[in-house]
Design a protein around this ligand. Structure first.
Ligand code: SF4
Length: 322
């Protein structure tokens, strides 16, 4: 296997918080020692309930949030500890697409200016003619019309705004795009259009994606490999078919049991999880999922489960597989 485009090792993002007025400071461990790698051209889906740390992980990889510890290698180069000047070429290589395209687009800027801005900042185009040509090329690539370039974000639908966000990300010719819930705010019919666009762009431009979402069907549609997160850690990582056809971690099994299946006659037993996600400020001991796990054993309350490789391309963190 070739060198991964991105390698993340024991990555942590902790937030310092105070418990009440006189309370002792504590740490919310939003991302708590995560390791994974992605090959060039791959789509790695990250899935989990709200608050599991998946968005924080995405933002911290490209340093929109300062990580607490661990290492990140982009194309073999360790980027942790880089200052903002050193991060500049990395930022060009790694771009983010956000959940709420409206909030991430400056309402006072036209589409032309929104897409031209990164071209100018990174010195990829100069002079009105060259900038306009590149903007028009990008607008067409994402399926918008040329006349749209003079309009403003509020004049577009949610799906169109997400296309503008994608065009802006593509302007600097990135190799890796971290898409944080890019279709969650869109209607289902529009979701598939944006997913198809992302799929086509990936093939055309040889892109790599980290695709973050809470919806397992959406992640299944686009990903090659999927990691399931719970309270700041991966609990299962696998090639898409291995994970969806044979989910092994009780949490993955519960999440997948809740996904509707198209055939109404096909039977699927729904696994209902007790309680809600515990606080990341005071996570359960041992396996963090033990307070909700229907298969919890005594050891689960005491010992953090280590990685078990079930087969090539499928790993799980659970004492059931030791
Ligand atoms: Fe459940 Fe134990 Fe496995 Fe955790 S380690 S998922 S508590 S069986």
């Amino acid at each position: 296997m070739s060198e991964p485009i991105l390698k993340v090792e024991d990555f942590q993002v902790y937030y310092k918080v105070h418990n009440g007025l006189l309370g002792k400071p504590g740490y919310v461990k939003a991302v708590d020692g995560v390791s994974f790698e992605i090959q060039k051209g791959e789509v790695f889906g990250i899935v989990g309930e709200s608050g599991c740390g998946k968005s924080t992980l995405g933002k911290a990889i490209c340093k929109l949030i300062e990580p607490t510890g661990g290492k990140v290698f982009f194309k073999g180069e360790e980027i942790e500890g880089y200052n903002s000047k050193q991060m500049r070429p990395v930022r060009k290589g790694i771009q983010m697409v956000f959940q709420d395209p409206y909030a991430s687009l400056n309402p006072r800027m036209s589409v032309r200016d929104i897409i031209a801005e990164p071209l100018i900042i990174h010195g990829l185009a100069s002079g009105k003619k060259e900038i306009d040509e590149k903007v028009i090329d990008l607008v067409r690539k994402v399926g918008l019309d040329v006349y749209h370039v003079n309009r403003y974000p509020h004049e577009f639908s949610g799906g169109q705004r997400q296309r503008i966000g994608i065009a802006r990300a593509l302007a600097v010719q990135p190799e890796l795009i971290i898409a944080d819930e890019p279709v969650s705010a869109l209607d289902v019919s529009i979701q598939s259009q944006v997913l198809n666009l992302m799929n086509n762009l990936k093939k055309e431009l040889n892109l790599t994606y980290i695709f973050i979402a809470h919806d397992l069907s959406v992640v299944e549609h686009i990903s090659d490999r999927v990691g399931v997160m719970y309270l700041g850690n991966f609990v299962e990582i696998g090639d898409k078919r291995k994970l969806y056809d044979n989910p092994c971690h009780p949490y993955t099994q519960a999440l997948l049991s809740a996904v509707p299946i198209p055939d109404p006659k096909a039977k699927k037993e729904r696994i209902i999880l007790e309680g809600s996600i515990p606080s990341a400020l005071n996570p359960p001991s041992g396996c963090k999922f033990h307070t909700r796990c229907p298969k919890c054993m005594e050891i689960c309350k005491q010992k953090v489960p280590e990685k078990t490789v079930l087969e090539e391309g499928h790993e799980v963190y659970c004492h059931l597989y030791k």
